[in-house]
Design a protein around this ligand. Structure first.
Ligand code: FES
Ligand SMILES: [Fe+2]
Length: 435
């Protein structure tokens, strides 16, 4: 794709206060190829949470970007991410979603690798000279970079990429607000939700930091949530006030004061009287440890964080991790994992998982509404003349602020403008996230 062809996807007019994105960004196949090389192969991409390989010898396989990844823990506690392919003739090494094992055997010709990626055996009595693989060429191929922040493991295909910590920039503060909710740490529950859909991955991604659509598209849910929390719609509307934030490097999110109850430490009657002392004790602990201001944010406010380009952390009435990856310009795969506090009381855990299914699950309040909008957009994008999607809310005429670190009302589109600005810069090669 030529540089000239990249012109005009993102159109900014500060004088008029307009931030627009060409609809072709949501279906152009050549652009999708460019995204793969210039964004997905240069950004830190979420692989897994450390709790998913808690025991030595445990492993999982996962599709990360365009790659099948084997993520595992060896006997000595080392955590690795390899390309899930046999180094003999490139056969997929493991087809298991997860499991235990200190070796990986390829069924084709019998090559065997240990958990540190070393080739142990070629399954042949002859044909290989002594010293074959002395230089390690035939060991499993690790991904170029694997780093973690707070137990969240990310990989990067660019060996020269900035460190994960530097990459996360201001987003770390919100990750910490999640991590610090439990002294004993967090863990991912077994299983996952997976969606394969026929629209562009960016529809899913940008929706996660879109607070604007909540009261209109999810009105049923908001009425239900208000009733459940014992709030009148008026009280709830007032609490909807919050903030939209851009954290640098394209990361952003929004935070709300709306009362939906949080199993970590914000009890509402719908959680049941039996959970009240447990949740209130936890709240008191968090407030004592982290202070009134931060503790209140952690316990009563909800937030959605998008780590550029596609890792989402939902700290709402449950905790979840979500990714959305393109399979083509017009098809995507999205995965959701539920994150829970280690050692949580089973009564509270039950409420948490019910909340997760009620809102996030495939038959929950949010998904069907949102996914119908993505479908409708995909249809309309194909059936309309040239068109620009609008991301101008909160941008006034003469706007002079830096899109990358902007702050606005929660329902403004400041967080979207940060994301699209990073997308545009990376796609053009102006930003490589190296350093
Ligand atoms: S392809 Fe794996 S052993 Fe030959
Ligand atoms: Fe939604």
């Amino acid at each position: 794709m030529s540089e000239a062809a990249l012109e005009g996807y993102v159109r900014i007019n500060r004088e008029k206060g307009r931030f627009m994105v060409d609809k072709r960004a949501f279906y152009d196949q050549a652009l999708f190829e460019r995204e793969r090389a210039y964004i997905f192969d240069r950004c830190w991409l979420y692989v897994a949470h450390e709790s998913e390989v808690a025991l030595p010898g445990s492993f999982l396989t996962r599709q990360v970007g365009s790659y099948s990844i084997l993520f595992n823990k060896d006997r000595d506690g080392g955590i690795h991410a390899y390309h899930n392919l046999c180094t003999h003739r490139g056969v997929l090494l493991s087809t298991e979603k997860c499991g235990r094992g200190n070796t990986f055997s390829c069924p084709y010709h019998g090559w065997v690798f240990d958990a540190k990626g070393k080739l142990l055996d070629q399954g042949a009595r002859s044909g290989y000279p002594p010293g074959f693989n002395e230089d390690g060429t035939y060991n499993l191929h690790p991904v170029p970079r694997l780093e973690q922040y707070g137990g969240f493991y990310f990989m990067n295909m660019n060996p020269r990429a900035v460190s994960l910590e530097k990459y996360l920039a201001g987003a770390k503060e919100w990750i910490d607000l999640i991590i610090d909710q439990n002294e004993r740490g967090l863990e991912v529950t077994p299983g996952e939700q997976e969606f394969r859909v026929n629209f562009n991955w960016k529809s899913i991604t940008e929706n996660q930091i879109d607070s604007y659509h909540g009261p209109s598209l999810h009105s049923t849910y908001f009425q239900y949530a208000a009733k459940r929390a014992g709030d009148t719609p008026q009280q709830q509307a007032a609490a909807y006030a919050g903030g939209g934030f851009a954290f640098g490097n394209g990361h952003g999110g929004f935070e709300l004061g709306i009362k939906v109850g949080k199993p970590v430490a914000d009890w509402i009657p719908a959680f049941g009287e039996e959970t009240r002392p447990l949740i209130e004790t936890k709240k008191a602990e968090i407030l004592a440890k982290w202070g009134e201001e931060r503790g209140t944010r952690m316990t009563t406010r909800t937030r959605n964080l998008l780590i550029f380009p596609n890792t989402i952390l939902n700290d709402v009435l449950s905790l979840s991790i979500r990714t959305s990856y393109p399979e083509s310009a017009t098809s995507s795969r999205s995965n959701i994992w539920s994150l829970v506090p280690v050692g949580e009381d089973p009564l509270v855990r039950k409420v948490r998982l019910q909340n997760h299914l009620t809102f996030v699950g495939p038959g929950g309040f949010a998904h069907p509404d949102d996914y119908e909008m993505f479908d409708r957009r995909a249809i309309a994008d194909h059936q309309s003349p040239p068109f620009l999607h609008d991301y101008s809310k909160g941008m006034y005429p003469g706007y002079a602020e830096d899109f990358m670190v902007n702050v606005g009302d929660q329902s403004d589109e400041a967080q979207h403008r940060a994301w699209w600005t990073q997308w545009d810069r990376m796609l053009r090669g102006e930003e490589t996230m190296e350093g």
